[in-house]
Design a protein around this ligand. Structure first.
Ligand code: ZN
Ligand code: ZN
Length: 407
């Protein structure tokens, strides 16, 4: 039974997630705890025609030891063999699958300075590889598989592992009696259709209203593009960067956000849970806020830099969707950000702006792009959410009624 589902789930990630091509090199980044899933992924990739599958194991416990005991010199060293390995994957135009299953809060007692030292050194030296992946140099996809440690944070009672696995499968549309590959192709077409409709409208503003007190106007960047679902990599192959994904998202205009937004889910930031909070915006900037819990943490987030008190993403997700319907807080962005309409405090995605690859940062900023070191999603969707699109000429179009798309 479990084997059946694992096989089906792995096939979905290989066929729809990265869409492995004949003879292609495949890289699987996986926590050691997820070895069962990694083996199924590898098997599915070979059966799909992969030339060679390479496993890159990671172990967050050993990583925590590294952060705890290593000196600064070791933290800052990026070995040449890792650089060569990444270059090899670029040369091979490898498809990359990453299994995301971090234990929430595991690193909360580690000195932030140490994490920063390591992250900065690594991201600088491997920037060329990040660019290859994020620039869609070849297909990549992120999916999840439970670990005992993660599952116990989500479910406090027995059978935590199985319950989290069930929830992941349900959210990913892998059901006992369906063909998830066919279902996903249909789902991605639906997302593409929504993107197209919203792109055609080219709204100047969106207005969000619900009975919890959200009354927010979000201006959209000039030349914004709605995206979500599948993308085409530079090698011409269509793929799904996230499984699951439910969002249709775009770039807000940095300085054109006004009103109040009330969050509908706790926000997990730096291992702390901010609850029952709202934000008030004026001309894009958060000018007032409050939280039932962890107000200080919210304040820290808003003060990371200038851009962290402005937003960089607005995403529409129907209230009636598989992830939202599980009603579970996963403490993992892959799921939580796909459960509800969200905004992100901080940096915007250049891909959400027309011709951004030909623009300087200043030119993007003139269109409404927001820059920050952080990008933190928080959820504010609700069962009674109403969203209205407003055109340049003042014409209004209903987008959401009672929490769901009207088209
Ligand atoms: Zn998003
Ligand atoms: Zn986001």
């Amino acid at each position: 039974m479990k084997t059946d589902r694992l096989e089906k789930y792995a096939r979905l990630i290989v066929e729809v997630g990265v869409n492995v091509q004949k003879g292609q090199t495949v890289v699987i980044n996986s926590p050691v705890e997820c070895k069962d899933f990694a083996r199924f992924l590898s098997d599915a990739a070979y059966k799909r025609g992969a030339g060679r599958v390479t496993l890159r194991w990671n172990d967050e416990i050993v990583m925590k030891q590294f952060y705890t005991y290593a000196n600064d010199e070791a933290l800052e060293e990026v070995p040449d063999y890792i650089v060569s390995e990444c270059q090899y994957f670029i040369d091979k135009k490898a498809a990359t699958i990453s299994v995301s299953a971090p234990t929430p809060g595991l690193l909360k007692d580690i000195e932030p300075r140490k994490i920063q030292l390591y992250t900065k050194a690594t991201s600088e030296r491997l920037d060329f590889y990040r660019e290859f992946l994020m620039g869609n140099g070849a297909q990549w996809s992120i999916a999840s598989y439970p670990t005992e440690a993660w599952a116990e944070k989500v479910f406090s009672d027995g059978d935590a592992f199985d319950r989290l696995f069930d929830a992941i499968l349900a959210a990913s549309r892998v059901l006992p009696d369906n063909d998830p590959v066919a279902e996903w192709r249909e789902h991605m077409e639906e997302l593409a259709k929504r993107n197209e409709i919203l792109n055609d409208y080219n709204f100047a503003y969106l207005r969000f209203e619900n009975s919890l007190g959200t009354d927010l106007t979000v201006g959209l960047a000039e030349g914004h593009i709605w995206a979500g679902g599948g993308e085409v990599a530079k090698n011409g192959v269509f793929f799904a960067p996230n499984i699951p994904t439910e969002e249709t998202f775009t770039m807000p205009h940095r300085n054109r956000v006004n009103g109040k937004v009330v969050a509908t889910k706790p926000l997990n930031y730096n291992g702390k849970l901010i609850e029952d909070f709202y934000l008030i915006f004026k001309d894009g900037k958060v000018v007032d806020f409050d939280a039932g819990k962890e107000k200080e943490t919210l304040k820290n987030l808003l003060e990371v830099d200038e851009g962290s008190s402005y937003i960089g993403e607005v995403a529409l997700i129907p209230y009636d969707s598989p992830i939202s319907n599980t009603g579970i807080l996963f403490y993992n962005t892959l799921f939580d950000e796909n459960a509800s309409c969200h905004l992100a405090l901080g940096c915007a995605y250049p891909m959400n702006l027309k011709d951004s690859d030909k623009m300087s940062e200043e030119e993007m900023e003139a269109k409404g792009y927001n820059k920050s070191l952080v990008h933190v999603d928080f959820m504010f969707g609700s069962a009674d959410m109403k969203i209205t699109g407003i055109k340049d000429d003042g014409r209004e179009v209903l987008i959401f009624e009672n929490g769901n798309f009207v088209f």
